[in-house]
Ligand binder design. Structure first.
Ligand code: F6P
Ligand code: MG
Length: 439
């Protein structure tokens, strides 16, 4: 076990040229600019409708977001958060702590990347929360909706295959062990769904074209990616499910749209196969990292499926009944949008930790959850996955993540060097992935 004092440093924008640095310098301002543009255009519409109060609200949100962008790009100190959110004390405690420890407020490029990035989304939230009538406005909603519409074809392909999986699961309910192959494929769909995060697409020129290239919906496409799964614990994850007694599985969700669709296929199949009796789905409470799913996005997805053609609408109806009959328990917690690494969950959010501890298995989806699992540190890539969790393990857990940040553990020694030879950007391109289990 790594000694606490010798924990590796956190990823930070102070390391010039790193993905963290480039994200703060290049990607985050683009994300903010797009949000400003959305609010500005919304203000234009409200103005046409002669909604004076709404128009004023939009102008002040634009002013606050522009101020935020200027603070970020000029590396200004990060001030305390100032709205009436329940999480304000938490945020300000963290800002104050950095100041007490270092003598100065945190600044964008010198503090940890995880803090800086989460803080930007929290300040976007503040800019909106301080409005009079637009408090629930989601500046990323349009992007999320568009990405769903751009994913229809991929969802139809997947739904057609998924139907077969569901039929086999029903036939083999008394013999779930025979479903190992199907589980692995459905798990990998959920894994690769994570390629479609919209924040990584923020600085690319043609979002919708990029998006369709990233969607993995057919068997062949899934198979072709197997070589890019750097650690594949799907087999042992299935064993955990076979052994489970309470048959409760939790999924800490990530992005809405196509990824959420894949994740719900997994959650559906787990029930249908009898491997789970209940699946708890964890969502965010505020707009987060562009595409992360809120309850609103979840409900919207089900509505859209309901209203779609045959195979998708059948899924929509079944999934809604999963919620209504409490087989899917949809839940939110403010902890997911705090900048804390997960090893601190038990101190910060003991209720959430205790709840997760009731699961037989927890899936953590996506890159940001992975970063928080690993405390966003520069671990040697051959450190064991379990060691890099620093003791966090409310229950057996499995990370499903495509690599979009410069950290990963659990690789064989020497493998990282090989990968640098194969593709210089393997850590951040989203083209490589891991399925990592800690029991
Ligand atoms: O920008 C930081 C980051 O964590 C990236 O590493 C990743 O592209 C994105 O945000 C979030 O990814 P995900 O949706 O997979 O958590
Ligand atoms: Mg995300």
């Amino acid at each position: 076990m790594t000694d606490k004092k010798s924990l590796p440093a956190r990823l930070s924008g102070k390391d010039e040229g790193t993905f963290a640095f480039l994200t703060i310098r290049d990607r985050m301002p683009v994300i903010l600019t797009k949000a400003i543009d959305v609010v500005h255009r919304h203000g234009g519409k409200l103005n046409e409708d002669k909604d004076k109060a709404g128009t004023r609200d939009c102008s002040s949100i634009v002013a606050r977001l522009s101020q935020l962008k200027s603070e970020m790009t000029t590396n200004k100190p990060m001030r305390r958060v100032d709205d009436d959110g329940d999480d304000v004390a938490q945020w300000n405690g963290l800002v104050d702590r950095v100041k007490a420890e270092t003598g100065v407020e945190p600044a964008w490029f010198s503090t940890s990347w995880l803090f800086a990035e989460c803080y930007m989304y929290r300040r976007i939230r503040e800019a909106i929360a301080l409005s009079d009538r637009l408090k629930t406005f989601d500046p990323f909603e349009n992007q999320k909706r568009e990405s769903f519409h751009a994913s229809k074809k991929a969802m139809l392909t997947l739904a057609a295959n998924f139907d077969q999986y569901i039929k086999r699961a029903q036939d083999k309910k008394d013999d779930p062990a025979s479903l190992r192959g199907d589980f692995e494929r459905i798990l990998k769909h959920s894994l690769w769904g994570n390629k479609t995060d919209l924040s990584i697409l923020a600085t690319r020129s043609n979002d919708s074209q990029d998006l369709s290239q990233l969607q993995v919906s057919s068997h062949d496409a899934l198979l072709a990616l197997d070589d890019h799964i750097l650690v594949d614990d799907a087999d042992s994850t299935f064993d955990v499910l076979l052994r489970s007694s309470r048959r409760r599985v939790d999924v800490v969700l990530d992005n809405s749209g196509f990824e959420l669709f894949n994740d719900l296929c997994l959650a559906d199949w787990l029930l249908e196969s009898g491997l789970a009796r209940n699946v708890h789905l964890h969502l965010k409470t505020i707009p987060w990292f562009v595409s992360d799913a809120l309850r609103r996005d979840f409900d919207w997805l089900l509505d859209q499926l309901d209203a779609a053609d045959a195979s998708l609408s059948a899924l929509g109806r079944r999934w809604r009944s999963r919620v209504e009959t409490n087989r899917w328990i949809v839940t939110e917690h403010a902890f997911w949008t705090l900048p804390h690494e997960f090893v601190h969950m038990n101190d910060i959010a003991p209720d959430l930790h205790a709840d997760l501890a009731k699961a037989d298995l927890i899936f953590f989806k996506g890159d940001l959850n992975y970063r928080k699992l690993l405390a966003d540190r520069h671990w040697a890539h051959c450190t064991s996955f379990t060691e890099s969790l620093c003791g966090f393990r409310p229950a057996p857990l499995c990370a499903l993540r495509s690599l979009k940040a410069e950290l990963v553990t659990g690789l064989a020694s020497g493998r990282a060097d090989e990968l640098f030879g194969e593709a210089r950007d393997w850590l951040v391109s989203g083209q490589y992935a891991v399925i990592q289990l800690a029991v």
